[in-house]
Write a protein that binds this ligand. Structure first.
Ligand SMILES: Cc1cc2nc3c(=O)[nH]c(=O)nc-3n(C[C@H](O)[C@H](O)[C@H](O)COP(=O)(O)O)c2cc1C
Length: 176
């Protein structure tokens, strides 16, 4: 098969988005966040260099947190506050200028989150099952906790839209 007929290099239409090919960089915590969990210059260039290499979609923000009680203490983006929106705007416009699409992964870490950091007391999870990473027990979520986190996902998704991202994925089924 001639190289230019390889299906992986063909455009892909998903509703209103046309990806220039089917090659993507999947969500990963790259540890390059700056200014308190923001995707500033170094973070953006990590992705833009891959986009310049020709990929059709870059996904960033592996485990970007929707609330402050969902951190590892470092390495994640903070999608819990509007101050990230200008960073998203500049990031998306630079990726779009190179002809690629850009999406983010939003997460609440549940029991896996850091239990001794930020400004929250216990970790929270659907049930009181001990976390293997740090060996503490989460609080079982009540109705208020569930509503708070669901609402936070919605607010973070709205920020992604305001930042002109092409989409997002949620990681909610467990974090390894
Ligand atoms: C350092 C590192 C951090 C990662 N962080 C995440 C993450 O936050 N969320 C996620 O869904 N996958 C994460 N991944 C998984 C990657 O997205 C990818 O699925 C995995 O590395 C396999 O692809 P590869 O063989 O091209 O590396 C991470 C991978 C690496 C190496």
């Amino acid at each position: 098969m001639p190289p230019n007929q390889d299906p992986i290099l063909e455009p892909l239409q998903l509703k209103s988005i046309t990806f220039r090919n089917r090659i993507m960089s999947t969500s990963h915590t790259c540890g390059l966040e700056q200014e308190g969990g923001m995707p500033a210059e170094v973070y953006q260039r990590h992705h833009i260099e891959k986009v310049k290499g020709g990929i059709g979609l870059t996904m960033f923000g592996g485990s970007a947190y929707v609330t402050e009680d969902s951190t590892w203490t470092a390495g994640q983006l903070d999608m819990s506050h509007d101050r990230i929106i200008p960073y998203l705007e500049s990031f998306s416009s630079r990726v779009h200028a190179e002809g690629a699409a850009i999406m983010i992964q939003l997460t609440h870490l549940g029991r896996r989150g850091e239990p001794l950091s930020m400004n929250w007391l216990p970790t929270e999870a659907p049930s009181v099952v001990r976390e293997t990473r740090h060996r503490s027990f989460p609080k079982e979520m009540d109705r208020h906790d569930i509503d708070r986190i669901v609402t936070a996902f919605g607010h973070s998704a709205s920020r992604a839209k305001q930042g002109v991202l092409d989409g997002l994925e949620t990681m909610v089924g467990g974090h390894i």
